[in-house]
Design a protein around this ligand. Structure first.
Ligand SMILES: Cc1ncc(COP(=O)(O)O)c(C=O)c1O
Length: 386
């Protein structure tokens, strides 16, 4: 028997495989399932993006190794950041990625040595902790809960952890918890990073999904942020380009360089037509973004209205793609998610994102208004069981 690396033990996703098995059994039996468990947009990219991609793939000169981001792409990111978040970027402050996942997965490998710590949110998006296991580092999870308004409280992180920590990851609005933060919160985080020499990484994947006139806040818009912070972003959620992999990490060139060096050994860049289509998206008039946000906000409103009517008073998110729903008494995250499958709705149990997620389920707003209303109705027996 040729045994795999023991580091894979930390990457086991038994929660997801249990659910996937139950879901596929239901589908095989012909049940109609409403899948609210995935964070992949159900809507297409803008028409002009698809057209650009289609035109480019026909050209013979598009198929060589790209190696790195084109100058046009980097300038497009700078243009977008200036227009959307009032952040000034030079083109050497942009490192192209094959989606944010690429950057998040490899950052720990580029930065950590044995014994180094990464401070991650708990619950948090799974690659934050998986990347640390892959790199052989140590984790310090900070709990996000109602008491701390779902924001990492840096004041309670022990001094010895701060000394050994090299990276801290935050995400607002995040996945699974879509909390927004204000400038003051980021200022404190930047002071913390500077004081302890910690790289603050802001995952800004949901930067375009803010509701009720809330404005997105890039951590790099805080004066002095570039000394200690970098931001990861992509076009997956904003322009519905999740499958055509492209993203970027921005900040001071010296802070990006370790990742650039590592990546130069791992991949040969993003397919040129995708780079060109992303460049067009980032320099468009952004009307698509406004329309897309309106669609998600309406979904949130109709779904939550229905849940509240049924007596499930879940918190109303002000951004992001998810509802982080505290489950009714009498359930665990898993028992609720499994029972929901029996009713024809798939949600993700909160503990799939860390121990701190127990007691919650994550519901993705990735279906039409009508399907969401139907999903709420199907969940009624679970809610009224109380
Ligand atoms: C918080 C967060 N970060 C990063 C990603 C990865 O996105 P991508 O690699 O498509 O940019 C996701 C995907 O769901 C996410 O939810």
């Amino acid at each position: 028997m040729i045994t795999p690396s023991s580091r894979l033990e930390h990457l086991a996703t038994s929660v997801f495989s249990d659910l996937a098995a139950k879901k596929s059994l239901k589908l095989q039996k012909g049940f109609d399932m409403i899948d609210l468990s995935i964070g992949s947009p159900d809507l297409p990219p803008p028409e002009f993006v698809k057209e650009c991609l289609a035109k480019k793939v026909k050209k013979n000169d598009q198929y060589g190794y790209a190696l790195s981001g084109t100058e046009q792409f980097k300038e497009a990111v700078a243009y977008y950041y200036k227009n959307r978040f009032n952040v000034n970027l030079a083109s050497n402050e942009v490192l192209q990625l094959m989606g944010s996942q690429d950057g998040l997965a490899h950052l720990a490998l580029a930065y950590l040595d044995k014994g180094d710590i990464v401070i991650v949110p708990d619950p948090g998006y799974p690659i934050y902790s998986a990347s640390v296991h892959i790199a052989g580092g140590e984790l310090y999870p900070v709990t996000l809960n109602e008491e701390n308004n779902f924001k990492a409280d840096i004041n309670i992180i022990p001094e010895e952890i701060c000394k050994r920590a090299k990276i801290m990851i935050v995400s607002h609005p995040g996945n699974p918890i879509p909390t927004l933060v204000d400038r003051h919160y980021f200022e404190k985080l930047i002071d913390f990073g500077k004081k302890h020499n910690i790289l603050i990484v802001h995952d800004f994947a949901y930067c375009e999904l803010l509701f009720d006139q809330n404005k997105p806040l890039s951590i790099l818009s805080i004066p002095g942020a570039k000394e200690t912070a970098i931001e990861i972003n992509s076009l997956s959620k904003s322009f519905n380009m999740a499958g055509s992999r492209i993203g970027y990490i921005i900040g001071k060139p010296e802070l990006l360089e370790p990742l650039a060096i590592l990546k130069s050994h791992i991949d040969y860049g993003v397919f040129h037509p995708i780079q060109a289509a992303a460049t067009q998206a980032l320099t468009s008039n952004y009307q698509f973004l406004e329309e897309s946000t309106a669609i998600y906000q309406k979904r949130r409103d109709v779904f939550i209205h229905e849940l509240h009517k049924l007596g499930w008073n879940v918190q109303v998110p002000q951004g992001g793609m998810f509802i982080w729903a505290k489950i009714p008494e009498g359930w665990t995250s898993l028992s609720f998610a499994l029972a929901a499958i029996d009713e024809g709705v798939i949600v993700t149990p909160g503990h799939a994102f860390g121990d701190g997620g127990e007691g919650y389920v994550r519901i993705a707003l990735v279906q039409s208004d009508d399907r969401l209303i139907e999903a709420a109705q199907r969940l009624k027996p679970l809610i009224t069981k109380l």
